[in-house]
Design a protein around this ligand. Structure first.
Ligand code: NOJ
Length: 573
């Protein structure tokens, strides 16, 4: 009798233990240990996937051709004063027409994958599947996918890279409205139906943080709403639900036939405590990450928002006299529906901040930024060649990857974005700082992999210079320089193309001597390409002669001869 009871007790304890270890997969992240180690020579695991990325609105152009509907970015960019120099993505790189050339560039780089996005309004002009499917749009993506596969480049498709159909914004208020969940699910389902037999990697959302904060809180991005303190949280809530729904649709309806994977791409900076011996700084840095990455990662991995977000936003909402938290709440059944909806985590990363505690008393106006009670700092010695916000801090990448491993049970990670921009007055293809950035960031990723982080692939951002959202064309992230003034939008390789190519062909970093020779060769090549580019205005001029002047002169000649002929005819009669 006693042994039976003991066995029962043991079983129950075992059950409890199993339950606890299942629920909490997260380990403690060591905030105090930030070893800045020297460069690591070595290779990536066999089968590691190398790629480049792009997105529809940033590169396709062809904004109103072949039946494409209007997106919120078309409308936003056409409003005066929203984009630097009032530029738009109307033409951009003309990727819609030049995708074959671009695939040839990828082929030459020997890439394993290409990450691009589908423009929702290009295939569903009004946003809704029940109204009208634009077969020309479907054909474009089908051709693109086919050609990638013919060249053994794996397509990795993002379903939402920010270009919501304008009709859905106007009718419902976009992501402020829960009805987006079903519209997005219908759109995704159509993509699985039409492309899923060939596409095995799907990403539901790209960088939802940006959609929420810049689209609905600060208004710097489309649709340009400034709903401070509430807009971003509501948007994120609906996006998370939409993501989960699409994951379940794929899982239930398509996975067994198509055998693909579906994840989400989250972008986050790293936040390092200003003083690692100060507990308040450590907590502030952790809040920075939780409000950035955890906001989306915690629900999809663990079923709910990070505890610290619930506490801070809840407390501040109370102090502001609100009856409920500005952070929406998931119902218990929603939590279990959302939990575990990632086959892989897409991770976008560019830069790092130092973080310290700073109180934002309530009453100064609520906002996502004030809710975090922290201040961000940068080290003035960090290189910042391009975008104002982008400082090169390679070790931050390793810290972020280790954090993801410890927090979310070492998930499968694909780095979906990483790169650096330049702001240039004159054209220079010798982008030393970009070679340095890729070399050091990729090396820190290699160190993380050696420490057990499960990274399966890396995507350099971006293949081409393209429309950089509210910055227009003033910030160039491309491996290839695009001459936007030339109507043919020619692409020229920067030195970093050759350098990245070498990393790919060696699957890592062989030794110091090799690396130096990569750099030397890349620099030699870019110097001569620079000369070619300098001669380009001449080529552009010659094109104008052949395409405009010659036809015009010919037409005039024909007209004059006709007049002369008529004149002769009248005289003869
Ligand atoms: C993240 C966005 O996903 C991408 O579209 C953008 O170009 C890069 N960041 C650089 O800002």
């Amino acid at each position: 009798m006693k042994t039976k009871r003991n066995t029962k007790l043991l079983l129950r304890m075992f059950h409890l233990f199993a339950l606890v270890s299942c629920v909490s997969t997260s380990e403690d992240f060591n905030w105090t240990k930030n070893e800045k180690t020297s460069f690591y020579f070595g290779t990536f695991p066999t089968g590691f996937s190398w790629g480049v990325g792009s997105s529809a609105y940033q590169t396709e152009g062809a904004w109103n051709v072949d039946g494409k509907g209007v997106s919120i970015w078309d409308v936003f960019a056409h409003k005066k004063g929203k984009i630097s120099s009032n530029e738009t993505g109307d033409l951009s790189c003309e990727g819609y027409y030049k995708f074959k050339d671009d695939i040839n560039l990828m082929k030459d780089m020997k890439l394993n994958h290409y990450r691009f996005s589908i423009s929702w309004p290009r295939i569903l002009p009004s946003g809704s599947k029940s109204e009208y499917i634009n077969e020309k749009g479907i054909k474009y993506y089908d051709d693109l996918i086919n050609m990638l596969l013919e060249n053994r480049i794996t397509p990795v498709i993002t379903l939402y890279h920010w270009d919501l159909p304008q009709v859905l914004q106007e009718k419902y208020g976009g992501w402020q409205n829960i009805s987006m969940v079903n519209y997005f699910n219908d759109f995704a389902n159509l993509c699985f139906e039409r492309f899923g037999n060939k596409v095995k990697y799907w990403i539901t959302f790209n960088n939802p943080w940006s959609v929420a904060v810049e689209g609905y809180e600060t208004g710097e991005h489309a649709p340009g709403l400034k709903l401070r303190g509430t807009g971003a949280y509501k948007t994120a809530h609906h996006i998370i639900k939409a993501h989960a729904k699409v994951w379940h649709t794929y899982d239930m309806k398509w996975r067994s036939k198509q055998k693909g994977l579906i994840g989400i791409s989250l972008t986050a900076d790293w936040g390092e405590p200003v003083d690692v011996s100060n507990q308040k700084d450590i907590e502030a840095a952790e809040r920075y990450i939780q409000f950035y990455l955890g906001w989306f990662a915690a629900p999809v991995f663990n079923g709910d928002y990070p505890q610290v977000m619930k506490e801070y936003i809840g407390r501040k909402s109370g102090q502001q006299g609100l009856g409920a938290s500005r952070l929406p709440v998931f119902l218990p059944q929603e939590k279990s529906y959302i939990k575990g909806t990632v086959d892989f985590l897409g991770l976008g990363h560019y830069t790092t901040r130092y973080v310290t505690q700073k109180n934002y008393p309530s009453g100064l106006g609520d906002s996502y930024f004030a809710d975090r009670d922290l201040a961000e700092l940068v080290d003035p010695r960090w290189p910042d060649p391009g975008s104002e916000w982008l400082y090169s801090v390679p070790w931050g990448f390793r810290r972020l990857l280790n954090f993801v491993k410890s927090q979310y049970g070492n998930p499968m990670i694909y780095v979906t974005e990483n790169g650096v921009s330049e702001k240039m007055l004159c054209t220079d293809l010798c982008d030393d700082w970009r070679m340095q950035y890729f070399k050091d960031y990729i090396n820190e990723m290699l160190k993380a992999i050696k420490a057990g982080v499960n990274v399966k692939g890396y995507t350099a951002w971006s293949l081409l210079d393209s429309f950089e959202w509210d910055e227009g064309f003033s910030e160039r992230f491309g491996l290839y320089f695009v001459d936007f003034r030339n109507k043919n939008k020619p692409r020229y390789p920067k030195a970093s193309v050759l350098y990245y190519k070498r990393i790919i062909s060696s699957n890592g970093f062989p030794n110091q001597r090799e690396l130096e020779s990569w750099k030397r060769k890349a620099t030699e090549t870019c110097s001569s390409s620079n000369q070619l580019l300098a001669a380009d205005p001449l080529i552009g001029h010659m094109e104008m002669v052949t395409e405009i002047v010659i036809p015009t002169v010919c037409t005039l000649c024909i007209l004059l001869s006709a007049v002369f002929f008529l004149f002769l005819l009248r005289r003869c009669l």
